[in-house]
Design a protein around this ligand. Structure first.
Ligand code: EPU
Length: 434
């Protein structure tokens, strides 16, 4: 059965959309719950495919998981009383990137982990050398094996897990979180230097500290962890998803003169909102809301340049959607992607819809020049990865005529109640299953 989105574009949007808990926080948070045998309850967990995969893995490990979907905010309660160590040689592990957080959680608690390599969006090579380097510094021995064409990572800690000083050559989000998880129950002190500073890292450290960990400095480039012997249960609210928020803010800029994006931490997307304000969009930024108001003359909007980088720079996860936005303002926008130089797979589809985009691929960074303003016309497009898919949905909502977006499983991996939220603010989008 093939599922796709059918969008009749160019409809004005208005009303209020509430942002859910962050995908990239919720994934390590739920996995971190395996580090205690108490109950951990999460509020505002996004109802998305990647979370379903984790819940299914937790159940396989004998955790008692109660998932309470809710129109507003989902609760997930995880009781780990009967949780037991098992090898993670199951397909679910290969379906999403964040499954590698089981390594940090399992070596911390069980001093071993054997699992398939993680999957996730293909954005070019996504090495995990920094995770491996840090784990080895903490005393892990890592071996690779292959069964039925699938690569297996086998991690053991022959002499236990011992705190260490770790310097990351690049402030990787995944490596920072994985090493923080691993060091939490290690013997002694760990220092992670050149750590990533993304809000998701602060969220994971907050959960672990509330469970009894001793982590200082999360959100700065130096994180210090004093190992503790055990963790307890807690209740945790997932931080709002800054990428989902940025997606709806850009959608509002393109199609609304009255949209409220609610449950946002505006500082988390300042790199985006400051650019939008420079371009001439009319944003009112409040404590937990961003209101998008109309502009007098859309022809007065001006192009701007962005360069992606680690937090607090412009997030790579909003770059592809920004390209769609840039097609709708006069002038040339220069988009430089430094994190994933191949993250432009939506561009050929946007060009087919009428956009004028020139992508010059490089090994270290890629530059795209978007020349606007060009009308977009509905077409059949394919979502190659999560944010490419979101950028094509936004393009379809802006375009005249009908757009069909295929391969939507990538989008459903990351956006909570995507169709319902869009319909509620006036979008003409339908999920069709044939
Ligand atoms: N890198 C290495 N070696 C490593 C780890 C990373 O060279 O050991 C490189 C990567 O190849 C990449 C860069 O460092 O060029 C950034 O990787 P990072 O580890 O920071 O990213 P990640 O943890 O794999 C998370 C998000 C991504 C988001 C990036 C950057 C999750 C599950 N994924 O990935 O989210 O793009 O951080 O902010 O948290 C998305 O949501 O669409 C998405 C892809």
């Amino acid at each position: 059965m093939e599922a796709y989105f059918q969008i009749n574009g160019n409809k004005p949007l208005s009303g209020k959309v509430r942002i859910s808990g962050a995908k990239n926080s919720a994934l390590p948070l739920l996995i971190a719950s395996t580090m205690t045998n108490d109950v951990v309850v999460f509020e505002d967990v996004p109802d998305i495919q990647d979370i379903d995969e984790i819940i299914s893995i937790l159940k396989y490990l004998n955790a008692n998981v109660i998932n309470t979907p809710n129109a507003n905010r989902n609760f997930v309660s995880i009781d780990n009383k009967d949780l037991e160590y098992k090898e993670l040689l199951i397909d679910e592990i290969t379906k999403f990137r964040a499954s590698y957080y089981f390594i940090g959680a399992f070596v911390s608690r069980f001093h071993k982990c054997r699992l398939y390599l993680p999957g996730g969006c293909y954005l070019g090579p996504r090495p995990i050398d920094l995770h491996i380097m840090g784990l080895e510094k903490l005393g892990c021995k890592i071996e690779f094996d292959e069964i039925d064409g699938k690569t297996i990572m086998d991690i053991t800690c022959p002499n236990g897990l011992v705190g260490s000083d770790i310097f990351l050559d690049f402030p990787s989000v995944g490596a920072t979180i994985n090493l923080m998880l691993a060091a939490t129950l290690a013997d002694g002190d760990t220092k992670i230097e050149n750590a990533a500073r993304e809000p998701e890292i602060v969220d994971v450290a907050t959960l672990l500290n509330n469970m009894g960990a001793n982590i200082k400095g999360a959100g700065t480039d130096e994180i210090r962890i004093s190992g503790v012997s055990s963790l307890k249960g807690t209740l945790h609210q997932v931080v709002p998803d800054r990428i989902e928020a940025g997606t709806y803010v850009m959608l509002g800029c393109l199609l609304s003169d009255n949209l409220v994006v609610d449950n946002v931490i505006p500082e988390h997307i300042e790199a985006l909102t400051s650019k939008l304000i420079t371009m001439g969009f009319n944003l009112e930024i409040e404590d937990e809301q961003i209101k998008i108001k109309g502009v007098e003359d859309r022809n007065q909007l001006v192009a701007t340049n962005i360069k992606t980088g680690v937090f607090p720079s412009f997030p790579t996860d909003l770059q592809q959607i920004f390209i769609t936005l840039a097609t709708q303002v006069n002038g040339e926008s220069e988009i430089i992607e430094t994190i994933y130089p191949q993250r432009f797979k939506q561009c050929p589809y946007l060009i087919n819809m009428g956009a004028n985009i020139d992508v010059k691929y490089g090994d270290e960074q890629t530059k795209a020049i978007v020349s606007g303003k060009t009308p977009l016309v509905g077409n059949e497009v394919y979502s190659t990865d999560l944010r490419a898919g979101a950028s094509l949905v936004v393009a379809g909502l802006v375009a005249s005529g009908t757009t069909k977006v295929f391969e939507i499983q990538h989008i459903l991996r990351g956006y909570d109640k995507f169709v319902t939220k869009l319909q509620n603010i006036g979008a003409d989008i339908t999920l069709i299953e044939e």
